[in-house]
Design a protein around this ligand. Structure first.
Ligand code: LFR
Length: 506
């Protein structure tokens, strides 16, 4: 019989990929078969996602995955999709899309915040949904829609799954970022729809990670060369839910930082914290795989660095390449320059809404430093150091708050995602938190996506703790200790050969 493999469609704000996940014994091997750039674009006067272009790339990637599997005598057992959260497509009864989906960075939801809070007290919203206030939460975006009658809002991974299968569902980890999901009941908070004048049937039925969504439409099977019986399975379709499922923790007393475009900083809980203190600290209770709660805050992320690199590249200055890793030589030079600057330089508040929109980032960072009475100048190395110092300080501040508000004990900090490859950021985080930082895997999101599919297919078994130990045994990590210029590489505790810090994932 052909060996089963799993196709993970993982789309981030700056790039997307289709990855084949194979189980070699209990080890998950990830092979990227297709990669494409992504980014919000100005379309029809607003910042939007080129969703049709994205879907074409998904089909190209699935076709490549199918071909690769055939070459290896394998068959694609299922497909799982994850993307960023919050954003949605509006689908009419006949299945057509009402408009090109907006990016959460467009800012149009912000104008609705006061009106929404006038209709429902934000304290009441929080007591039910436990969602941190971000001006782009789905509910504020929906409040900006002129006409929702007869339309259904499908979150981005659900929209892609609908186009693949014809089935309309909402995956629950992502539903929890809408602001209209009950954190305790695990159901839509439908009592908020009428007061907000949102239609009763605005959302599709919920599915949990591991549940089937549907099989490929004949047209999709034809275009990808995959059998039409191939199932699309719900995973943690919110990328952060998938990433946190693949944190290589060996014990319960861990915190995580999912460090990519955003930094999602917090702990995992079994029950939400819905207190007024938690609301005022703006902590969120997002739903994770297996009904867990991701108790965290959004801290600014590598977006700050990505946007600076983009501006400098446009100006012909410095810094091409990938902000997460150290592959772009110019970025490597900038990180090297930043690492040689003394500690204690100027910092900004990386969570400030002033940094959400794209464009002119170095100038905006400089302005923020100056507004606080400091000086930064225009040297890219100094700006990079300012960003990384600010992120590390934000991580430490947020972790301390998460511990205080939740009562969770933390002995180790895990950094997963692109930021895990940034050695300076990891060391600064160890220094700022005073805790050991275990960095990696870089592809935690894809790893989590594949693990949930593999578990649904019966290829691996166990709860999240088991899946995490499996990741810990097989994925390379690097440990950074506070106050030291030292790092230890290798599989955690397995005594495997050391990996160079810059390579990160496999
Ligand atoms: C990270 C992420 C965050 C979410 C932000 C916007 O990629 O999914 O968890 O707050 O994007 O959707």
């Amino acid at each position: 019989a052909e060996r089963p493999v799993f196709a993970a469609v993982d789309i981030g704000a700056s790039s997307g990929r289709v990855i084949l996940g194979r189980l070699e014994g209990q080890d998950v091997d990830l092979e990227t078969v297709h990669r494409f750039p992504n980014g919000a674009q100005r379309i029809d006067g607003a910042l939007r996602w080129d969703i049709h272009g994205i879907f074409e790339q998904v089909l190209t990637g699935l076709a490549a995955a199918g071909e690769r599997a055939r070459e290896n005598g394998e068959r694609i057992a299922s497909i799982g999709i994850d993307t960023w959260a919050v954003d949605y497509g509006l689908v009419a009864a006949d299945g057509s899309l009402a408009h090109v989906p907006y990016s959460y960075r467009d800012g149009r939801g912000e104008a609705e915040v006061a009106r929404v809070h006038g209709l429902i007290d934000p304290a009441r919203l929080y007591a039910t949904t436990g969602l941190q206030f971000l001006p782009f939460n789905t509910l504020y975006q929906l409040a900006a829609e002129p006409d929702l009658e007869g339309k259904q809002a499908l979150l981005i991974p659900d929209l892609l799954a609908f186009w693949l299968t014809g089935q309309r569902r909402t995956e629950e980890t992502n539903a929890s970022t809408t602001g209209l999901f009950d954190a305790v009941a695990g159901e839509w908070a439908s009592e908020f729809l009428a007061p907000l004048r949102l239609p009763e049937d605005l959302f599709a039925p919920l599915v949990s990670p591991g549940e089937p969504i549907g099989t490929l439409l004949p047209e999709i099977a034809r275009r990808t060369g995959l059998p039409s019986r191939t199932p699309v399975v719900a995973v943690g379709s919110h990328d952060t839910a998938s990433a946190v499922a693949a944190v290589p923790a060996r014990s319960r007393d861990f915190a995580y930082i999912s460090s990519g475009t955003w930094s999602l900083v917090g702990v995992e809980l079994q029950h939400p914290v819905l207190t007024e203190a938690s609301r005022l600290a703006n902590f969120t209770n997002e739903r994770g795989v297996d009904g867990t709660i991701r108790y965290l805050r959004n801290v600014g992320g590598l977006w700050l660095l990505q946007e600076c690199l983009r501006t400098w590249a446009e100006e012909g200055r410095a810094g091409e390449g990938n902000a997460g890793g150290s592959t772009g030589t110019r970025l490597a030079d900038l990180l090297d320059a930043a690492a040689h600057l003394p500690a204690g330089g100027p910092t900004i508040d990386p969570d400030s809404p002033a940094f959400i929109a794209p464009g002119g980032m170095p100038g905006r960072i400089r302005d923020a430093v100056e507004a606080a009475g400091g000086t930064l100048g225009a040297d890219p190395g100094r700006i990079v150091r300012c960003i990384l110092d600010s992120l590390a300080a934000g991580y430490a501040r947020t972790l301390a708050q998460a511990v205080e508000l939740s009562g969770q004990r933390v002995g180790t900090v895990h950094i997963v995602g692109g930021g895990s490859q940034n050695a300076l950021l990891c060391q600064l985080t160890a220094d700022a938190t005073g805790l050991p930082v275990v960095a990696g895997p870089v592809e935690a999101t894809a790893q989590g996506n594949v693990l949930i599919q593999a578990r649904a297919a019966g290829a691996v078994a166990g709860g999240l703790a088991d899946l995490r130990r499996l990741t810990a045994r097989h994925q390379p990590t690097t440990t950074y200790r506070p106050g030291q210029d030292r790092q230890e590489s290798g599989m955690q505790g397995s005594g495997a050969a050391a990996q160079p810090a810059a390579t990160g994932g496999k």
